[in-house]
Design a protein around this ligand. Structure first.
Ligand SMILES: NC(=O)c1ccc[n+]([C@@H]2O[C@H](COP(=O)([O-])OP(=O)(O)OC[C@H]3O[C@@H](n4cnc5c(N)ncnc54)[C@H](O)[C@@H]3O)[C@@H](O)[C@H]2O)c1
Length: 244
């Protein structure tokens, strides 16, 4: 089987916000980027801005286990390698516990946590065959802080952190590293739907550096974690939050 000449990174939720910045950064660093999103516009626009042959857009719902496994099998067939998976996709709904619907809770759980199981199930055999690979999961400061309406989101991100430690232990035997990033507040399109200007002012003041995060700040941390410089870093959650 022939292998793609550049290392291959799969970035989920790459159509906008932090995921888009991660896709752009990894592309600039020389990765072949497979930009995954359930919406086509953002990932197609990313590919059109990228060097020819340096990226592809794949419309995929990461909650669909069978589709995710078929997607990785297809990548293996076409590219012969998958070196990094960034589990970034998320959908957020804030509500008091009393008002949380089953549909919202299931939706957040499926995208935020279960999808990371499916991508690892898909990528692990491909990575294990080459004896190396890296997974980066996106946790949140909300995992360890009380925030109004954030019980479901916080619980899922807490689970993402636990899953990251556990997966690092389990996948280490195959040479696969698993780490997480804890981004500070980034006013992305998704986050703007649940945090208003007042909320951002509170978050800005909470940061020791007195500012909010930018998508590129988070992308730089991911770029480090997937790079050979982090080859002995696994089971680590890297906070990129300006010192909350
Ligand atoms: N923005 C912040 O302040 C912040 C802080 C801490 C952690 N995070 C985490 O960082 C990650 C990115 O956040 P963001 O603010 O850029 O989000 P966002 O909502 O702006 O973008 C998320 C992307 O994921 C895609 N997506 C959603 N469901 C999907 C599915 N089922 N399949 C495929 N793609 C799907 C969306 O279409 C969208 O393009 C998330 O995991 C989020 O929880 C964000």
């Amino acid at each position: 089987m022939s292998e793609h000449e550049d290392p291959v990174a799969v970035v989920t939720g790459a159509g906008r916000g932090i995921g888009e910045a991660i896709a752009e950064r990894l592309s600039a660093d020389g990765w072949y980027v497979v930009a995954v999103d359930r919406q086509p516009e953002g990932i197609e626009s990313f590919v059109s801005r990228t060097r020819p042959g340096g990226a592809e857009a794949v419309v995929l719902d990461v909650t669909d286990r069978a589709a995710v496994l078929a997607f990785f099998a297809g990548l293996d067939e076409r590219l012969g390698r998958v070196d990094a998976v960034v589990n970034n996709a998320m959908w957020v709904h804030y509500a008091p516990i009393a008002e949380m619907t089953e549909e919202s809770l299931d939706g957040m759980f499926a995208i935020g946590l279960k999808a990371a199981f499916w991508t690892i199930q898909g990528a692990r055999p491909i990575m294990a065959r080459r004896g190396e690979g890296v997974v980066v999961n996106m946790s949140s400061p909300a995992a360890t802080r009380g925030m109004p309406g954030s019980s479901a989101y916080s619980a899922i991100k807490g689970a993402v952190s636990s899953f990251t430690w556990q997966a690092a232990r389990e996948l280490g035997a195959d040479g696969i590293r698993v780490n997480g990033v804890i981004p500070g507040a980034v006013p992305t399109p998704g986050a703007r739907q649940v945090v208003d200007d007042e909320g951002y002012e509170i978050r800005r003041k909470m940061s020791a550096l007195g500012r909010l995060a930018e998508p590129v700040d988070i992308a730089a941390a991911v770029a480090y974690l997937v790079s050979p410089d982090a080859r002995f870093v696994t089971g680590h959650l890297l906070a990129v939050d300006g010192g909350l």
